[in-house]
Write a protein that binds this ligand. Structure first.
Ligand code: 5GP
Length: 236
């Protein structure tokens, strides 16, 4: 597979064309951003850690019946993925209250959510990723009704699989964000799953082991990501 020109550069990853239109290269950079790109820093090793972490999770999900865009790990910071038409929607599941849910509704941080809460956001930095629902998505043509149903079902299936994976490694999967796309008309999980897009707390101490360490200036960001990777068995 020949890597060709850059197609797109996001806040933490870049996408490159290949000599096969069906596949693109995802390149994980060390850039770390928060607050819709207002806080940006380069954190050494982040690209490598997230690339390998994501490969591990995507493979685990695929082995357990989740269709994903992931094809193969190419090197330390790059992976080959399907060239999907991404839906501009973020699917969030919350098992424990934290982050924007607490700010929005004034509920207690750390409260267990039973049943878990599912939320949808529009992927749009200029509008600060506003919360939306199924009606906005269908009416504005961001995804078809059947694809929304599929995204939601897959997001909950991922929740059961990953809650168990992290619980067995002594962590609580507090919440996470997934993005989906279409490839040859079918819905696949896209983007990445890494500590950049989820909240993970140590089950005993509730120490934050995710991007909240960066958002809140707690330090030890990459060390925490590496600890999570090590606990679930990712080879870095
Ligand atoms: P919240 O709505 O509380 O800010 O985020 C809920 C969960 O989704 C958190 O785990 C957060 O990391 C993830 N999340 C929400 N929006 C984004 C985003 O734009 N980028 C990334 N990387 N993660 C997000």
């Amino acid at each position: 597979m020949q890597k060709k020109e850059e197609l797109y550069s996001g806040k933490a990853k870049s996408v490159f064309a290949t000599d096969n239109d069906d596949f693109v290269v995802l390149s994980f950079r060390d850039d770390t951003s928060a607050f819709d790109g207002e806080k940006v820093e380069l954190l050494s090793r982040k690209g490598m850690v997230n690339n390998k972490f994501n490969a591990f999770i995507m493979n685990y999900l695929a082995e357990n019946g989740i269709p994903t865009h992931f094809e193969e790990l190419l090197n330390d910071t790059e992976s080959l993925v399907k060239n999907m038409q991404m839906m501009p929607v973020e699917c969030v599941v919350r098992n424990v209250a934290s982050g924007s849910l607490v700010r929005r509704l004034g509920v207690e941080d750390g409260m267990t959510l039973s049943p878990p809460i599912f939320e949808l956001f529009l992927k749009n930095d200029a509008l600060h990723d506003p919360m939306i629902n199924e009606y906005h998505i269908e009416t504005f043509g961001w995804a078809k009704a059947a694809d929304i149903t599929e995204m939601k079902a897959l997001t909950f299936k991922v929740n059961s699989l990953l809650q168990k994976l992290f619980a067995e490694a002594g962590m609580i999967l507090v919440d996470y964000k997934l993005e989906f796309g279409l490839f040859k008309g079918k819905v696949y999980l896209g983007d990445e799953f890494s500590p950049d897009g989820c909240r993970l707390w140590d089950a005993e101490t509730r120490k934050k082991l995710d991007k909240d360490r960066f958002r809140q200036g707690l330090g030890g960001v990459i060390e925490a990501y590496e600890e999570v990777a090590h606990r679930i068995g990712v080879q870095l």
